[in-house]
Write a new protein. Structure first.
Length: 557
C-alpha cells in the first residue's frame, strides 16, 4: 500500500500510472473498438480509467519531472545482503541494497552492482560490472561459479545508485572508509587431512638457520615452480620449532634484516608461516591466528589483522619469536646456480597461548613464493591450500604434537626435588610452630577479590593475569594455579566469558554499533571479538542482536 512520503512506493505507483496512461493514449482506436463491441457501462468504465490516468499523470509525472530538474541531492543506500563477515558456501550470491532518494527526491532510477576478487593464481581481477536492477527491491542474484574460493578481503562487492535527476552515490574509495561487506567464499566444507608430526625433544635447538639437527625428523614436502620445500617440526616444554629448506637454482631476495620498506617483498623468494593455535577451523583469519613472512635475505615481519579489518605489519618481532635464515648460494645472481636457503623458526607456547601435550593439534600452513631469475616471474604454492583460499584457517593443514608424556628422567628429578622439599619442610616444622587456621590462605577470598576486580576493570584492554595477581596479593604463577583450581577455568577464558556476557546485554539493550560495544567491553580488535563471540554462542554478534530483539518483540505481542 502506498503511503505519503514513502519514496520507493511512490516510484512504483508513478510507474504504473505512466504505463497505463501511455497504453490508452497511444491506442485511441482501442477506445472506438470497445465502444462498438462492449456495452455502454463497460465503455464508461474505460473512460473513467483514462480520465483517472490523465489526472494522476498531471499530479505525479509532471511534478516528478520538475523534481528531477531541481534534485541535486544524491541518493543514499545501505547494504542488506550479504551481511558483513558472511561465509558464503554456494554458487549463487544475493546482493541487495536499501536505496532511497528522500521524500522530495526524483526517485531511484537504477542500482548497478560490481565485484572485485582474485583469480586462481592470486592475481587481482579489476573491478567488474556484474549486473543492475531498476525496481524495488534492489536485489540481484549473481552466479559466482566461475570464480575460485576467496578469503576475507578478497571478494568485495560495491554498487552505484542513480536517481532520476542523474545524481549518483557509490561505495567510497577503498582507502577512505568501508561501506561494503567483507566476505569469505568457501565452497569446500571438507577439512584437509594434510598432517605434519612434531616430536617432543630434549635436545637444545639452536635457531641459527642450519638444519643439522633436523636430519632424522618427520617432514612434509611440496613443490613450487623449480623449488622443493621441505618442512620439519620439533617441540619441547617451552617452544615449538620449524625447520624449512627451500631448494632452487636461483635465489632472489632484496630484503635483509633491518629493512623497513616491505613494498614488493611478496614478489621475491620468501616463506610464509601461518599458525592457528586453537585450531577451530574458523574460515575468517584473525587473532589468535598468526602470519609470519620470512625473506630469503633474512628480513622477517608479522602480519596481524586489527580493528576495522586493517592489516598491521610488525617489523620488530618480540623476544618470544626467533627466526634465522641461511643461504647456500648467492643472492640475486643469474650467472650461477644456487642450492637452497634454510630457515629455523621458534615460537614460545606462551606466545601462542597453547598448553602443549601429546596429541595437541594446531592449524599450520607453509607458503612459498619463488622469484624465477632477477627479471623473471614469481610463482606461489602452498602445502595444503591454493592461492585463492590461502588466508582461510579452515583449509590449513594439521600440526600434531607427539610424545612428551613418558618423562621418566624428569619424573626422577621431580622425585628428588620432592624428597628434598620434604626434608626441608620437616626441618622447618621442628623450628616453627604450625600455622593456625587463621593463618592459612583463604583461596576462596582471592577468587572473590578477583571477580570484584574484573567487574571494576573488565573494559581495560590491558587487563591480564599479570595485572590482576598483584592486585589481589598473589604472584602471577600462583594466582593462575589457584584460579584454575577453584573455578576450573584459566583466567583468560574467564575474562573473555565475562566480557562476552557484558557484550550480549549491550547488544540487546543499546543501539550502539558492534565496534563500539567491542571496545566498551575490553576488545580493541573487532574481528577477534566477533570470533570469540561466535565461538561461545554459535552466532555472530549481529545475528545474536537480530534474533534476541525479534524474540523480545514476539514475547511482548
Amino acid at each position: 500500500m502506498w503511503q505519503r512520503g514513502a519514496t520507493v512506493s511512490t516510484d512504483i505507483f508513478r510507474s504504473e500510472i505512466i504505463l497505463r496512461g501511455k497504453i490508452m493514449l497511444k491506442n485511441p482506436g482501442m477506445i472506438i473498438q470497445q465502444f462498438k463491441e462492449k456495452k455502454t457501462h463497460v465503455f464508461r468504465n474505460d473512460m473513467r480509467q483514462l480520465f483517472f490516468s490523465v489526472l494522476m499523470m498531471t499530479f505525479f509525472v509532471y511534478p516528478a519531472s520538475y523534481a528531477a530538474q531541481n534534485d541535486t541531492r544524491p541518493p543514499t543506500f545501505k547494504w542488506i545482503s550479504p551481511q558483513d563477515y558472511s561465509i558464503l558456501t554456494t554458487n549463487t550470491i544475493r546482493l541487495c541494497v536499501d536505496a532511497s532518494d528522500g521524500a522530495d527526491g526524483s526517485g531511484i532510477k537504477k542500482v548497478m552492482f560490481y565485484a572485485r576478487y582474485f583469480d586462481s593464481g592470486d592475481r587481482f581481477v579489476p573491478r567488474r560490472f556484474i549486473g543492475e536492477v531498476d525496481t524495488h527491491p534492489y536485489e540481484f542474484l549473481w552466479d559466482c561459479s566461475g570464480i575460485p574460493d576467496q578469503n576475507i578481503g578478497k571478494l568485495i562487492f560495491d554498487c552505484e545508485v542513480y536517481d532520476n535527476a542523474g545524481n549518483m552515490t557509490s561505495t567510497p574509495d577503498w582507502n577512505a572508509g568501508r561501506n561494503y561487506p567483507l566476505l569469505v567464499l568457501d565452497r569446500n566444507p571438507e577439512e584437509t587431512s594434510a598432517r605434519l608430526v612434531s616430536h617432543f625433544t630434549r635436545k637444545r635447538i639452536e635457531v641459527d638457520g642450519i638444519l643439522n639437527e633436523w636430519t632424522n625428523c618427520d617432514s612434509i614436502a611440496f613443490n613450487n615452480n623449480d623449488n622443493r620445500i621441505t618442512v620439519y617440526s620439533l617441540w619441547n616444554r617451552k617452544n615449538m620449532y620449524l625447520g624449512i629448506r627451500v631448494s632452487g637454482r636461483s635465489i632472489i631476495s632484496n630484503y635483509p634484516p633491518g629493512s623497513e620498506n616491505i613494498v614488493g617483498m611478496s614478489q621475491e623468494d620468501l616463506v610464509e608461516v601461518f599458525i592457528d593455535p586453537d585450531h577451530d577451523h574458523y574460515e575468517i583469519f584473525g587473532l589468535p591466528d598468526r602470519h609470519f613472512l620470512i625473506a630469503a635475505a633474512g628480513m622477517v615481519y608479522e602480519r596481524k589483522m586489527l580493528i576495522d579489518d586493517q592489516y598491521h605489519s610488525e617489523l620488530n618481532l618480540n623476544p618470544n619469536v626467533a627466526v634465522s635464515v641461511n643461504v647456500n648460494g648467492t643472492l640475486n645472481d643469474d650467472s650461477d646456480e644456487d642450492i637452497d636457503y634454510s630457515i629455523e623458526f621458534g615460537i614460545t607456547w606462551e606466545e601462542l597461548g597453547v598448553t602443549p601435550g601429546d596429541g595437541t593439534t594446531m592449524g599450520l600452513e607453509i607458503w612459498n613464493n619463488d622469484k624465477d631469475f632477477v627479471d623473471g616471474n614469481y610463482f606461489y604454492a602452498g602445502w595444503s591450500t591454493t592461492a585463492s583460499n590461502l588466508s582461510n584457517p579452515s583449509e590449513w593443514g594439521n600440526l600434531v604434537l607427539v610424545g612428551g608424556d613418558s618423562r621418566f628422567f624428569e619424573a626422577g628429578i621431580l622425585a628428588v626435588i620432592a624428597a628434598a622439599g620434604s626434608v626441608i619442610a620437616i626441618f622447618m616444622f621442628r623450628r616453627k610452630p604450625p600455622k593456625t587456621s587463621s593463618q592459612e590462605i583463604d583461596e576462596n577470598e582471592y577468587i572473590r577479590k578477583t571477580r570484584q576486580y574484573v567487574e571494576e576493570h573488565f573494559e581495560e584492554e590491558t587487563l591480564t593475569r599479570e595485572v590482576v595477581a598483584p592486585a589481589v596479593g598473589l604472584t602471577p604463577s600462583y594466582f593462575g594455579k589457584v584460579f584454575k583450581q577453584e573455578t576450573g577455568l584459566n583466567f583468560t577464558d574467564y575474562l573473555t566469558d565475562f566480557r562476552i556476557e557484558k557484550a550480549k546485554k549491550l547488544l540487546i539493550s543499546s543501539q550502539k554499533n558492534i565496534s563500539e560495544i567491542a571496545l566498551e567491553v575490553g576488545f580493541s580488535n573487532q574481528s577477534y571479538f566477533a570470533y570469540q563471540f561466535k565461538k561461545r554462542n554459535g552466532v555472530s554478534p549481529s545475528e545474536f542482536r537480530h534474533t534476541s530483539r525479534k524474540n523480545h518483540v514476539s514475547l511482548k505481542n
